[in-house]
Ligand binder design. Structure first.
Ligand code: URA
Length: 234
């Protein structure tokens, strides 16, 4: 790929903007040698204003989604992309969230431009468990874990039962729920189906990847080991 297109696709500017960056000598190799638009150089050997470029297509990051932010690209309010560098919105291929978390849900959200990886993570066939910490409005009755594990629970207006899910009760109104699929508002609707109401919802892990110490609103780029851990159990 031509260098101008490569850099423009990373969101640093239009092709015209990037042409000007070359003319201004802002694009160099790692040794500081000025590069020209038709040079053939490895991504890792390119610098813009002395800084390495963002990762090429195939990047995956993990965001600790705070409350009050939506997963859509356009919304009247704050969206998850507002928490990333502004140029990330201009990348081609575009970044997408791996599934969604509701505006009122916090926790681990994956964002990637790798469509095949995205589908692999969300496909129930991949068996990537997602773990949620749930705070409820009412005390648990004691029969919820069996209902969720049954594989026969039907949510309102759906035609297929939910896959079995595991519920660990932590306190009378707190529990950890592990899901193996991702349906619309699934956790809230599951608790509504057993007569309760979710007051707070937080996702702690996707597969074997946890949030760790990442503070709310912060993100970090994932390496190959992190991505492998998503498929490596929980
Ligand atoms: N289930 C929900 O109800 N909401 C989420 O954000 C995620 C899972």
């Amino acid at each position: 790929m031509k260098l101008v297109k490569l850099i423009a696709n990373l969101g640093y500017g239009s092709r015209k903007d990037v042409q000007w960056m070359f003319r201004a000598g802002r694009i160099t190799d790692a040794g500081g040698g000025v590069l020209y638009a038709d040079d053939k150089v490895e991504h890792a050997n390119i610098r813009l204003d002395g800084e390495p470029l963002d990762p090429p297509a195939g990047m995956v990051l993990m965001l600790h989604k705070p409350l009050g932010v939506t997963c859509s690209r356009k919304d009247g309010g704050r969206v998850v992309y507002d928490l990333l560098p502004p140029r990330y919105r201009m990348r081609d291929p575009a970044l997408s969230t791996v599934g969604r978390l509701d505006r009122d849900t916090s926790g681990l959200l994956l964002i990637t431009d790798d469509g095949a990886l995205l589908h692999r993570i969300i496909s129930p066939r991949s068996h990537v468990p997602k773990v949620y910490e749930v705070t409820l409005a009412n005390d648990l009755r004691g029969d919820e874990a069996a209902a969720f594990a049954s594989g026969t629970l039907m949510l309102e207006s759906e035609t297929t039962p939910l896959l079995p899910a595991e519920l660990d009760v932590l306190e009378p109104r707190k529990a950890r729920l592990t899901l193996h699929e991702g349906r619309y508002h699934q956790v809230r609707r599951m608790f509504a189906a057993v007569g309760n109401h979710v007051e707070a919802l937080h996702r702690v892990s996707v597969g074997g990847l946890g949030l760790g110490e990442l503070p709310a609103g912060e993100w970090r780029m994932l390496g190959e080991g992190d991505v492998a851990s998503i498929f490596g159990g929980g």
